[in-house]
Every structure is written in structure tokens, then in C-alpha cells.
Ligand binder design. Structure first.
Ligand code: PLP
Length: 392
């Protein structure tokens, strides 16, 4: 009976997850269907081919192959034993919350937030609590302190961790060192773990990226992987590092889950042993992304001179922008209504702000725009958005 009830709970948790696919179809009708033209570098692709021909097709150790953990340790400035290799960062987040979150556990997340975090907190029975960011999308320290204080007085000690996503999805903002330091200090003083998602760490434009672990006094989990900076999202290789923990309880629990799923992709792990240190491709990608970001920002300015009040904090990392369109007249019922109408009328896909747990006043309709596509496509996409908005 007890077991049945537990199963039911899991079913409800899954049913409640907001990971649906919107109804309707998207027809872009422009150029090549492969609109993101960045391809995995040839040398990295060749490492994968070599790994397969060299016979690295067996089950690897569940925590990851030794050689790769040693290379990651150099990158993350920690010991190889601190590292667990996973099937993408997503699996690391899942294992982390599966181990950390019990019924009622609270996890402090940024708003806006990459949606996987609140979904997985909920899946494991916990409650996401969101902290605000300021007008430049830097975490609001005052609000973080307030949320921790409230949690303590209302629930006792149920808030276990604070999540940082830096550079950020969906805002593209890179966090200041002073803010990271303050968050780490607050977490330390309140006996909380810092979870730092740094999957876009090498995609930073003209600003200094500071790894959270370099300023953390207390326990910190760093999440990273090859999906973004090595252009290999389908390889499903990520990792987490667990540093400054007093004991191995959390690590042991995560390792049990790793053993349960056997291992992460073996040839991809061997391929990354060489590829991880090879960053020859980064300069070109960054230069291209900077050009595309600047082009997108210029187009937004054009929209303004066309009477559309669009505002956007200039992203200094990743490949996302999080603008809003002023909607004083209430043309759209919600931000979701706006992006669905953009989709159906302009055939351009952007994601509504509330999809990232960001809820603003109704006169500002936020959305996330990806500036990965080449200028030609960005140009056409933004023109189509403008033409649709001017028609309503
Ligand atoms: N973390 C962030 C902030 C992301 O934006 C994404 C993907 O968009 C992921 C994690 C997923 O990473 P992976 O492909 O390594 O599972």
C-alpha cells in the first residue's frame, strides 16, 4: 500500500511537470533547415572516430574514465576524485537533486531560470523558491537574503542549496565576481550548498568569467559539459565537481545512481580526453557570436525607431538575449499569447519569459531569443517579428 502511494506520487509529479510541446507547427521557410550553422570542429569529430576504432566501446567506470577525470580536474582546478562524469549536465542535475531533495526540501533558484532546475526539484518532491535579479540580470543579494530568512522562519532548515547559472540561460549575462563572492558567503553562513552551472563558461565576450569554486568557502558543486563550448550536445557528456564537502555522503549517493545507469558514453569520454584541452575553435566561434549579438542589438534599435518599444540587456555570454516588448495597450493576453502569435503569424520561434519562471507586470512581455543563427536568418526573423507586431 505504502509503495503504491509512492508510485502515485511519482506519477503526479511527472504529470505536473511543465515540459510540454506547444500545439501547432512551425514553418520557417527560410534557407537551409539547419539554421544553427555551427558545427563540431573536425579535430574533435576525428577523436570520436578514433575512439571507436581503437575499441573504446565497452562500459566505462560509472564515475567516468580516469584519463578524462584527470583532464577535467586540470580544467576545474580540483582533484580527479572530486569529479563525476555524467550523460550531459542534465544527468548531473538529476542525480544531484535525486540525492539532495526530499519532500519539502527547498532549492533557491534564479528568476528567470533554465526550466530544467525547477522541474527536477519538483520531480523529486522539493519546492523551488526563486530569487530576483536586478535590472542588469545580476542576482539580487537582498532578495536572496530575504528568501533564506523567510524559509528559516516558515519551514525551519529546509532550504538546502542555491543555484547559480553563469553565464546565464536565458539572459546571457555573466555574473560579477563580487556578487558570486557574496552568494557563496551567504550560502556558507546558512549551511547551504552552492550549485554552479557553468556550461557556457568559455562563451564569454569581453568580460572576466570567474568560476564559483574559486570564491567559495563552503561546499560547491560545479556543473559543466561539452554540449555548448565543444558543440557536441548529442555526445551526452557532462560532469560535476564536488568541492569543500565535509564528508562523502552526497558523493556516495550520486555514485550509487551512477552505478545504477552503468556509465556515460564511453567513446565520447575517450574522445574528450584529447579534445578537452583543444580550444582552437573557440576564438572563431566567439568572434562570430559577438558579431551576431551586435547585429541583433542593432536590429532591436531599428525596431525602436519603428515605434516598437523593445528593451534588452546586452548579453555578455552564452547565446541568449532576454528582451521585453512594451505592451501598454494589452495587445496580448500574456507573454505566452504573444510568442504563440509570433509563431503562428511570423513563423519565428521565441520562448516566453514565464516559461523561465519570470513573471513581470503585464505591460512588459518578455521572451528569450537565441542569437546562434547567422545574420541573414536573424535579420529575417527580427523583420518578421516587426512586421507582425506592426500589424496588430
Ligand atoms: N544547463 C544549462 C544552463 C543549459 O542551458 C543547458 C542546455 O541548454 C543544459 C544545462 C543542458 O546541458 P547538457 O546538454 O549537458 O545536458
Amino acid at each position: 500500500m505504502k509503495m503504491l502511494k509512492r508510485l502515485e506520487n511519482i506519477k503526479y509529479a511527472i504529470r505536473d511537470l511543465d515540459v510540454g510541446v506547444p500545439k501547432g507547427t512551425i514553418k520557417l521557410n527560410i534557407g537551409d533547415p539547419l539554421i544553427f550553422d555551427f558545427k563540431i570542429p573536425k579535430n574533435i569529430e576525428n577523436e570520436m572516430k578514433k575512439a571507436i576504432s581503437n575499441g573504446y566501446n565497452f562500459y566505462a567506470p560509472s564515475e567516468g574514465v580516469k584519463e578524462l577525470r584527470e583532464k577535467i580536474a586540470k580544467k576545474e582546478q580540483c582533484k580527479p576524485e572530486d569529479i563525476i562524469v555524467t550523460a550531459g549536465t542534465s544527468e548531473a542535475v538529476n542525480f544531484l537533486f535525486a540525492s539532495l531533495v526530499e519532500h519539502g526540501t527547498q532549492i533557491l533558484l534564479p528568476s528567470p531560470c533554465y526550466p530544467q532546475y525547477p522541474s527536477l526539484v519538483k520531480l523529486w518532491g522539493g519546492t523551488p523558491i526563486f530569487y530576483d535579479c536586478d535590472e542588469n540580470w545580476q542576482p539580487n543579494i537582498h532578495d536572496i537574503k530575504k528568501k533564506i530568512k523567510q524559509s528559516k522562519s516558515w519551514t525551519g532548515n529546509k532550504m538546502k542549496a542555491i543555484v547559480i547559472i553563469n553565464p546565464n540561460n536565458p539572459t546571457g549575462v555573466v555574473y560579477d565576481e563580487s556578487i558570486l563572492r557574496e552568494i557563496c558567503d551567504i550560502a556558507y553562513e546558512n549551511d547551504m550548498i552552492v550549485i554552479s552551472d557553468e556550461i557556457y563558461c568559455d562563451l564569454v565576450f569581453g568580460k572576466q568569467f570567474v568560476p564559483t569554486s574559486s570564491v567559495a568557502r563552503g561546499p560547491v558543486v560545479t556543473l559543466n559539459g561539452v554540449s555548448k563550448c565543444y558543440l557536441a550536445p548529442g555526445w551526452r557528456i557532462g560532469w560535476m565537481t564536488l568541492q569543500n564537502f565535509k564528508d562523502d555522503i552526497l558523493k556516495e549517493s550520486i555514485l550509487k545512481l551512477c552505478r545504477l545507469r552503468l556509465c556515460a558514453n564511453t567513446p565520447a569520454q575517450y574522445a574528450m580526453v584529447k579534445a578537452l584541452e583543444d580550444k582552437r575553435h573557440m576564438d572563431k566561434i566567439k568572434a562570430e557570436l559577438i558579431a551576431r549579438r551586435d547585429f541583433m542589438m542593432k536590429k532591436f534599435e531599428e525596431l525602436k525607431s519603428d515605434g516598437i518599444n523593445i528593451n534588452c540587456v546586452k548579453p555578455d555570454g552564452a547565446f541568449y538575449a532576454f528582451p521585453y516588448i512594451e505592451d501598454k495597450k494589452g495587445k496580448w493576453k500574456s507573454d505566452l499569447d504573444m510568442v504563440l502569435k509570433i509563431r503562428d503569424n511570423a513563423h519565428v520561434l521565441v520562448v516566453h519569459g514565464s516559461g523561465f519562471d519570470y513573471h513581470s507586470s503585464p505591460d512588459k512581455k518578455y521572451f528569450r531569443m537565441v542569437f546562434l543563427p547567422p545574420e541573414k536568418i536573424l535579420n529575417e526573423a527580427i523583420d518578421r517579428i516587426r512586421n507582425y507586431i506592426k500589424s496588430v
